[in-house]
Design a protein around this ligand. Structure first.
Ligand code: GAR
Length: 193
């Protein structure tokens, strides 16, 4: 059984999708901690509601953020780190110690609309401004290149007439992110990758 840490920065709807999938009892893993780099985000409430221990390590102005995070994860013997709407770039030893053991969900079809500065609504704004007709989401391994690690799963989502960044964000979550992130966690935990 893998010990999983889910890292969050916001509403935690992707965390919820993983929790819901785990409740089906088919994933050989357990979420042992939910870590947020911001206090008071809704993702922490979702974790608490599901009796999952939480930890806040504030990233802003904190040069020791990566060190503190690594020591917390090692203490809990975490095997797999899942970035679920975690809007902070990981650096340093954690990337080496957890090489091929950190996954991220990104709200576009990488290599489009990804890399530094592309996160949250900005990704969907960029897709709409470019005028692409298809977007989607990607789950990938995390390495030292932002959104540059090996791709695990992608799912396409059609853009519709009248889409705003908010409408598109919601559709990409519903049709892609909430499906492929739990699916990737399941594949890794159950040895299918
Ligand atoms: C999600 O759309 C996720 O893909 C995105 O932030 C949102 C978080 O929502 N992440 C990135 O943009 C990372 N580059 P959530 O807190 O409800 O899961």
């Amino acid at each position: 059984m893998l010990n999983i840490a889910v890292l969050v920065s916001g509403s935690g709807s992707n965390l919820q999708a993983i929790i819901d999938e785990m409740k089906k009892g088919e994933i050989n893993g357990k979420i042992v901690t939910v870590v947020s780099n911001k206090p008071d985000v809704y993702a922490l409430k979702r974790a608490e509601d599901n009796n999952i221990p939480t930890k806040v390590i504030v990233s802003k102005g904190n040069n020791d953020f990566d060190k503190e995070l690594l020591s917390h994860l090692k203490e809990l013997k975490v095997d797999l780190i899942v970035l679920a709407g975690f809007l902070c770039i990981l650096k340093g030893d954690i990337l080496k110690e957890y090489s091929n053991k950190i996954i991220n969900v990104h709200p576009s079809l990488i290599p489009s609309f990804c890399g530094d500065g592309f996160y949250g609504l900005k990704v969907h704004e960029a897709a709409l401004n470019y005028g692409v007709k298809v977007t989607g989401a990607t789950v990938h391994f995390v390495n030292e290149i932002t959104d540059g690690g090996k791709i695990i799963i992608q799912k396409a989502v059609y853009i519709k007439e009248g889409d705003t960044p908010e409408i598109l964000q919601r559709r990409v979550m519903e049709e892609a992110e909430w499906k492929i992130l739990p699916q990737a966690v399941k594949m890794i935990c159950n040895g299918g990758l």
